[in-house]
Ligand binder design. Structure first.
Ligand SMILES: *Cc1c(COP(=O)(O)O)cnc(C)c1O
Length: 389
């Protein structure tokens, strides 16, 4: 065959095969839309949902299967599906589990695009989306209706930081046959064991700690139950939620150092939170490891660590203009959304207009503590306090 190929065909078809037996620590990056079948029988026998054969790039390659399996293992789940962002992972769960006429409950402090998705489902898809006090605990039972299908939880809420009582919410939900989904991004799947506390579905924004590089958008949905996984897999397929092989590789590359990085973020954030607590400019430090944080006792009961993300409420005497000047004066903390990377970030949030029933005064500023020396970050905040005057 080789002899008769024209150079034009040889550019496309080659008989060369690299020698077998190559081994190295990094995972191989398999790029593929088309996946090749040995013969027609092999093509017909592959069941994409089983992930035991390759059928099409969207349904998996060795690179994405490996990442899915490793993420499921870390969370203590059995099945994992990747999505091109954390928000796409949330949407996958909603479209898999909700249909017209159903009801979904979301916490008042939920990640804002998840709230926005709820509004869209309610406005255009005939689904009711209702919002509950994140500290409601067992009281959620009173909100469950016959058509309630899904309860979202976020632990803690990533701006106002209240820690929900997951076992109480799950017990009330399961008594009525309602599924509970947990956004476990803050804990990186390490510091909170969602399945052990009773949740049915765990969602992760891998964009944050798993990537760690501020350079990837990706999300995951993880389950234990096969039947639940099949519903999610259908939504994943129908919505076409493929991820790029290079991005999957970047997340795989981040996993071995995830615990070390997470612990360093945790230690740095607690150092800053303690320092801020003693400052006269700050009224309240909303960090789950501090007693001021609503749900602190639940954090102590259920978590084994804390992320690098927390918020502060400035003393009520400072106007938004003054706290905006503080944010602008920071040098090491850059103004930007997201978190989980090496760089510290800061973001002011208009919490009074975001949160119905938010009873507290004072401007809210969220800090994402990166991997810099905490003492340099403290010095940065200290110099920026001068801009409040
Ligand atoms: C960032 C984030 C998401 C969404 O992740 P993206 O990859 O940015 O879409 C969802 N939930 C929480 C709590 C987040 O912080």
């Amino acid at each position: 065959m080789t002899q008769n190929k024209s150079p034009q065909t040889a550019l496309i078809h080659s008989d060369y095969q690299a020698p077998p037996g190559f081994a190295a620590f990094p995972n191989a990056i398999h790029h593929a839309s088309t996946v090749l079948f040995k013969n027609v029988a092999a093509m017909r026998s592959g069941e994409w949902k089983d992930k035991n054969a390759y059928t099409y790039g969207l349904h998996g390659t060795p690179t994405t299967f490996t990442l899915e399996a490793r993420l499921a293992e870390i969370e203590g789940g059995n099945h994992c599906l990747l999505a091109p962002s954390g928000l796409a992972a949330i949407a996958m769960a909603d479209f898999a589990l909700l249909k017209s006429g159903d009801d979904v409950l979301l916490p008042e402090n939920v990640y804002n695009p998840n709230r926005e998705l709820g509004r869209w489902l309610a406005h255009d898809f005939g689904i009711t989306a209702r919002y509950y006090d994140p500290l409601i605990g067992a009281g959620i039972a009173a909100l469950i209706q016959p058509n309630t299908k899904l309860i979202w939880t976020e632990a803690p809420g990533s701006v106002t930081m209240e820690v929900p009582d997951l076992p109480a919410i799950c017990a009330a939900a399961h008594a009525r046959g309602v599924l509970v989904a947990l956004d476990n991004t803050w804990s990186a799947g390490l510091a909170l064991r969602g399945f052990e506390l009773g949740v049915d579905i765990i969602m992760q924004a891998l964009t944050k700690y798993q990537s760690g590089g501020s350079d990837v958008l990706m999300g995951a949905v993880i389950t234990r139950e096969r039947a639940l996984y099949e519903k999610l897999a259908l939504a994943h397929m129908r919505l076409g939620l493929g991820v790029g092989a290079d991005d999957a590789y970047l997340v795989l590359r981040g996993l071995p150092t995830l615990k070390l990085r997470f612990d360093a973020h945790d230690a740095g954030a607690r150092t800053l939170a303690q320092w801020l607590k003693a400052r006269p400019e700050i009224a309240t430090v909303l960090h789950p490891a501090l007693e001021d944080c609503p749900g602190h006792a639940i954090w102590q009961r259920d978590f084994t660590g804390a992320g690098g993300l927390f918020s502060v409420l400035f003393d009520a005497r400072y106007t938004q203009q003054q706290t905006d000047r503080f944010v602008d004066a920071l040098k090491l903390f850059k103004i930007g959304y997201s978190w989980g990377g090496a760089n510290s970030l800061v973001m002011p949030y208009p919490v009074a207009s975001m949160r119905k029933g938010w009873g507290q005064e004072g401007q809210l500023v969220r800090l994402n503590v990166g991997l810099e020396d905490p003492q340099d970050l403290i010095a940065d905040i200290q110099q920026a306090f001068a801009a409040l005057a």
